[in-house]
Unconditional design. Sequence first.
Length: 379
Amino acid sequence: MKGIKLWKIQANNDKSISVDEIDNVSETETENQLEEVITQRPELLMKDLKLVGRQTETPGGPLDLLGVDADGRLVVFELKRGTLTREAVAQVIDYSSYLAMLEPEELSKHISERSGKHGVEKIDDFLEWYQEEFGKSFGEYDKPAMVLVGLGVDERTTRMVSFLSESDLDISLITFHGFKQGDDLILAKQVEIQSKPPASTPIYTKKANLEKLKMTVQQWKVEDYYYDIAAFFRNHLSPANEWSNPSGYSYTLPELTDSGSQSGRVYISFYLNANKPGQVQAAFQERAIAAASENFDQFIKPIEGRIVKGKSGVHYFWIESKDDWENLKSSFETLCESIISGWKRKREQQSEEEFESVSSSSSSSSSSSSSSSTDSQLV
């Protein structure tokens, strides 16, 4: 098993250099935090990774983490709180093969019913969520990618994963190492084996998606106002994060999940659809409508006949031209202000409830401890 060592190098006033080794942390201390840290910050595994499941049941047992990467690929993660062994290879293949055999509707049901737990966002309809996030229908990748994650790996497991990766199976291996400096825990990531996409698999990267979006905008002749829409919401929905996909943009705002971790939730999306070239479709998630409250009702009054409500509560309508956009812009400005205000109120309420929950737990724990102490004295 390959190890990692860290050194802190500092230049002294006398121009000499100090080199101090940073101590390794015991596996036990790191493994107790690893899965929770990754759930709260999935970018530690992959840039722009979105988690859609954690500890979800399958016929082969609970799947540790299920995500969708920046290019729209489903990714199965098998985490080991310790050294990875060949049993982990069998498990990740078992989970992936099960998901790969599900029809899109079955997979959507599997993910949707098991989401919203252990710090993972609740997804009402995975296929609709996927369309919103990536601007394309799910199904361009038949097989999920696989990633093994642990605090080390034995030689046999490395050999097996390397062989499978060279055989064009989309499997990777990542190890983490913990270090202690003062009161701080430092986490180091090492990519042991990086998978290569099969030659027959189309490659979708974030850069390629943006190029595709640019071509679509030009092809459908909406460049005179589409980018203005993007700039408008980039400015008026601050601090929302702009998420790009091959046919548009989604705007996410951070919220606290039931477990207290932070997750980006889509509020508004704008994308292009082949059914209506030359127009731009706007989609408002239920959380955006709830945040805007009665101001959303005021917003839709002039366009009420153009609003369509989807099965998961998303409201859609089409911006038909540059002039239409210009006429709607001031109403959108008011709506954005309402959404941000409602989102802030929700965040404050979540923080208060979280504080009260922690205080209640601490109080109960103290009472229990005091009671136990009294009982002991009586005995």
